[in-house]
Ligand binder design. Structure first.
Ligand SMILES: Cc1ncc(COP(=O)(O)O)c(C=O)c1O
Length: 475
């Protein structure tokens, strides 16, 4: 194995490769064009018996791996929600990898635990979340939501399910809108609550949960002898970034004593902008809340911030203390392995610290506002175009639209045309968009929020979308 002298040389080579990558990122096809199995068939079936040189490995990285990469850090990436990185975050990731700490207990790296505590405090401050809350970094919003569902299940059952398991009689009900993210369904499955106990609540014309429908569903369930345990409200739905009316939902949860979890995976970052704080009106009645700095706060995947109103419920639900994990500081410090599912934990707070300090709150605010302005400008252009239509109101920086070449095309045909258009756009390799279905309509989703996206990228993307639509029309 290389000594540190050799490692220094190797690391410089890799660093050069990284910098070249960012310098040339716009020249690569944004969405990888490879076919299923293309990469696999180039990989040897067996691990090498003898050591290989870095030259050989890096060469294979360039020729085998690289073509199979979809470039999430490209400013021409407009798909899904972003998984943004930034140079400060990358630097911290290097240090995290070098330290290789396993941050399960305070003692296994006190600085990691205390930095995490303070970073969660900073995030609360800059987003306007309640001062009294406690926070922890999870790997993903999916994990955080699972933990919220487990906590709700345990609190509502008096911690009985943890102790004795389900007896088959319980009808614990979870409520979320029809626009909710699939991670809620997954959490319901894993928590053993049963998919038939996930009640999907209808939304209004702007894809926001209907509080009246929620109240009715809860009342019906109570009358049927079922037990409402948790409501999941979404701030920034995946389809259209709709904002569920939190205050109204929270009041219903209070009335019926139901746990309220907020999934703000994407839009939570927008809370650093005071002009969006009204979306957390009613936050004092919320039990748990998650948002992902790894989406729109320039912190490398993975980093999900999970906050709870009452940390004792979380600890009572998850904490386990085998002899080999007993420490002298037990109970005096935060042992974060008790705040989530995995025992082992990466040192994720470091990259958040680097990002928050390197950008400063103002720098983050400016970047988010820049993204929102770019989206607003494009929204106006789409709105003016006679052959395109917006399919949902823009809340932040997501545009939902479709091509509608004439008024005489059937809904089915429109869906088919827009699906073809999406593939044609993505197959150019110049940009990458994804889709959703809103009210049964195939919808092009364009999220303008990549770390380095500029007006020229958005303009070129819009040109390309129109060109591809024209060429589809002439087919
Ligand atoms: C609203 C919402 N919730 C949850 C998630 C899941 O996030 P994660 O990948 O961190 O589990 C997403 C992913 O995009 C999302 O849009």
């Amino acid at each position: 194995m290389p000594d540190s002298k050799q490692f220094r040389k190797d690391a410089h080579r890799v660093l050069d490769l990284i910098c070249d990558y960012f310098d040339n990122i716009e020249s690569y096809p944004v969405k990888s064009p490879v076919k299923p199995g293309d990469i696999l068939k180039q990989l040897p079936g067996m691990a090498p018996v003898t050591a290989e040189s870095l030259d050989t490995i890096l060469n294979d990285f360039k020729t085998i791996i690289f073509p199979g990469i979809t470039h999430w850090q490209s400013p021409n990436f407009f798909a899904y929600f972003p998984a943004n990185s930034s140079f400060p975050s990358l630097l911290a990731e290097m240090l995290t990898a070098a330290l290789g700490t396993q941050c399960m207990k305070w003692e296994t790296s006190p600085a990691a635990a205390e930095l995490e505590e303070q970073m969660m405090h900073w995030l609360k401050q800059i987003t306007g979340l309640p001062e009294s809350w406690q926070g922890v970094i999870q790997d993903s919003a999916s994990s955080a939501t699972l933990v919220a569902l487990l906590s709700a299940r345990e609190k509502q059952s008096g911690y009985r399910i943890n102790a004795t398991g389900f007896n088959g009689e319980e009808k614990f009900r979870v409520y979320a809108s029809t626009e909710t993210h699939s991670s809620i369904e997954k959490g319901v499955k894993i928590a053993g609550l049963g998919m038939e106990n996930l009640v999907k609540i209808e939304t209004d014309e702007q894809y926001r949960m209907h509080p009246a429908a929620l109240q009715k569903a809860i009342e019906n369930d109570i009358q049927d002898g079922k037990k409402p345990v948790c409501v999941v409200a979404t701030l920034g739905t995946t389809g259209a970034t709709a904002i569920d009316p939190l205050n109204a939902i929270a009041q219903i949860c209070q009335r019926y004593q139901v746990w309220l979890h907020v999934d703000a995976a994407y839009a939570g970052s927008a809370l650093i902008l005071p002009e969006f704080r009204d979306m957390i009106d009613g936050i004092g009645m919320v039990d748990s809340f998650v948002f992902n700095p790894h989406k729109w706060l320039f912190t490398n995947f993975d980093c999900s911030a999970y906050f709870v109103n009452d940390k004792e419920v979380l600890l009572q639900t998850l904490a386990i203390l085998p002899e080999y994990l007993r420490t002298r500081t037990q109970g005096q410090v935060n042992d974060y392995c008790d705040w989530g599912v995995p025992l082992g934990r990466r040192f994720r707070a470091l990259k958040l610290w680097f990002v928050l300090r390197s950008y400063g709150v103002q720098g983050l605010q400016e970047t988010l506002r820049r993204h929102i302005i770019l989206a607003k400008k494009l929204e106006e252009k789409i709105g003016r175009h006679s052959q395109f239509e917006l399919l949902a109101p823009r809340t932040f920086n997501l545009l939902c639209f479709r091509w509608r070449p004439s008024d005489h095309v059937s809904p089915e045909k429109l869906n088919e045309l827009n699906e073809r258009l999406l593939h044609m756009i993505n197959d150019t390799g110049k940009i990458y968009l994804t889709h959703t279905k809103l009210s049964g309509r195939f919808t092009l989703r364009m999220l303008i929020g990549q770390t380095n996206v500029e007006e020229r990228h958005v303009d070129a993307a819009w040109e390309l979308i129109q060109q591809q639509a024209d060429s589809l029309e002439s087919v």
